[in-house]
Design a protein around this ligand. Structure first.
Ligand code: COI
Length: 342
């Protein structure tokens, strides 16, 4: 074997400097759906540009959904995915809402596994981050009138990532813009849900906040979610989070944190959370694939800043450690949530 044939275990990257920015890796997975509406013949291809029809459904009408999930390297060198079938199911829900065909659960999970294995060198060393996988489903066929596209493309690309936010969050309650409305697409991972928060988030950041907390559009009296994450409130032994009634994204981290909190003995309530509850919560934290469990230091509502407990002795920290421990293989996965790659 020549020395040039030796495949390095890790790509040449400054692993200690990972943030949440795209680092292009070697391969992506692409699968198309012909007019008869069944995905088939997925392939791995070099990561690179896509050729798009200018009249494609995604470019003209935003007909697309995405997912996000992570692969972690364990201390003993295995690679674990976390509940990928849940992402597959959520993609199917979103596809149905946007009138798109979607890959089967098996096809989705298989695509994710292939993407990670092909880019194994880019899965960070233990403790340095994860490989974030971004599956996308879009109307790639041509349309002119506002109708579903005739053809669809599913793809999965990836990037090594570190923390989404650096440090605790300082949120501001958004009172001018709304993220979702009943009957809309707030409860699915529609691509356009994310671009509509850019303006309020940019305005909040310009005022020194980390992110915005959205209220319900009907009454502006109830908490919904942060721009890219779900939110939880702790008071005593009770942890409350807005119920997923169609305007809240059913986060996989949200669902997992609820189960972990119950196992740890907390009472978890999924219900309407009134904005007044901001004033008597002891701890607040956000959850999401990208941010895992991120404690909230303060929320500003109508000019009043409310501060919450943060630090090593918090419930948020306990939940974070248990969730991340399972995801990274440091804590035994009694739930059967992790999927090991071969
Ligand atoms: C995720 O946590 O996967 C998200 O969807 C957030 C993303 C917008 C970065």
């Amino acid at each position: 074997m020549k020395s040039s044939d030796v495949v390095e275990e890790y790509a040449n990257l400054k692993w200690d400097e990972l943030g949440f920015c795209l680092i292009p890796v070697d391969y992506m997975y692409v699968m198309k759906c012909s007019k008869e509406k069944n995905f088939s013949h997925g392939i791995l291809t070099r990561f690179g540009r896509l050729e798009m029809n200018p009249s494609s459904g995604i470019l003209n009408y935003g007909q697309g959904v995405f997912e996000g999930l992570k692969a972690y390297r364990t201390e003993d060198g295995r690679i674990l995915l976390f509940r990928p079938e849940q992402n597959a199911l959520r993609m199917q829900m979103g596809a149905d809402r946007l009138r798109m065909p979607s890959p089967t659960i098996e096809q989705f999970v298989d695509a994710v596994k292939h993407t990670v294995v092909a880019n194994k060198q880019w899965v960070p060393p233990p403790g340095k981050g994860s490989l974030y996988i971004r599956p996308l489903l879009m109307g790639s066929g041509p349309v002119l009138g506002a109708t579903p596209a005739p053809d669809y493309t599913f793809l999965a690309f990836a990037s090594p990532v570190g923390n989404y936010h650096k440090g605790y969050l300082n949120l501001v309650v958004e009172e001018k813009f709304y993220r979702a409305f009943p009957g809309g697409t707030g409860g699915v991972k529609a691509i356009v849900n994310y671009s509509t928060v850019f303006k309020p988030v940019a305005e909040a950041k310009a005022k020194g906040f980390s992110d915005v907390l959205f209220l319900d559009v009907k009454t502006a009296k109830y908490i919904e979610e942060v721009s890219t994450s779900n939110i939880f409130f702790l008071k005593g032994n009770v942890i409350s989070t807005p119920a997923t009634d169609g305007t809240i994204l059913p986060g996989i981290t949200r669902k997992s944190v609820i189960e972990i909190a119950q196992i740890l003995g907390y009472q978890v309530e999924e219900r309407a959370v009134a904005v007044e509850e901001l004033f008597d919560s002891e701890e607040v934290f956000c959850t999401g694939t990208a941010m895992v469990v991120n404690p909230v230091n303060s929320i500003t509502y109508q000019g009043k800043r409310i501060e919450y407990k943060t630090g090593p002795e918090t419930v948020a920290q306990k939940l974070y450690e248990m969730l991340l421990g399972i995801q990274t293989g440091r804590i035994e996965d009694k739930m059967g949530w992790t999927v090991e790659l071969n």
